[in-house]
Design a protein around this ligand. Sequence first.
Ligand SMILES: *Cc1c(COP(=O)(O)O)cnc(C)c1O
Length: 240
Amino acid sequence: MKPTVLKDEVFVSIPENLLKVHQEISECVELCHRQLNDVRLLAVSKTKPIEDLEIAYMAGQRLFGENYVQEAVEKHQALSHLQDIEWHFIGPIQSNKSRQIAETMDWVHTVDREKIARRLSEQRPDHLSPLNVLIQVNISHEESKSGIALADLDNMVTLVKSLPHLKLRGLMAIPAPQEDELLQREVYAPLSKAFSLLRAEDPEIDTLSIGMSGDLSAAIASGSTMVRVGTAIFGARQYT
Ligand SMILES: *Cc1c(COP(=O)(O)O)cnc(C)c1O
């Protein structure tokens, strides 16, 4: 039996939530005198059923972000008829899973090791366009978090640019949770600066993936071009 009541609820709430998130983005964009189409919305659909992605798609959403390889591959397969979906992998990458990512995803946000970058390039099928890559930077200096230090960025940029089946598009970060907006911006400042320098040198570098439900305005003020929002669109997750 399908839980029809719940289903009817998501039919209304997902499109409404998307509208609210777009409104919040457009307010932030206006406040810091940026252009609305500078900031794209990545809908983070991890742990959510395929029907939720279909509802978001019907409401106009095209960029979806997944964290778990198996789940990402299944959803990619199930929705392969919706060819204009852009699939983004935003979770940690184990090297034994890199092939599945290289074969299905359009973007990867979490490249932070040479070995992973090389494998993704080698495993990207020839008939697909190069895999769009963001280098994940650790800006909160936490031992537990992934991402390279800003000091190592130049080397990683050189490496990713040298790999034939990858296309470097920019940087990504997941800062430690922090409620104060000024402190959020302070943490983003060195990353923003590094991104501007890269972008000035290379017009193909156009993406700064920062900003989640709790720090959209600080991220957009710091130059975000792609915000990653899950809960505010799809509701709370059962597990993460
Ligand atoms: C889960 C996740 C998000 C979205 O988080 P919400 O709190 O659900 O908005 C964004 N980025 C990454 C890397 C995530 O893993």
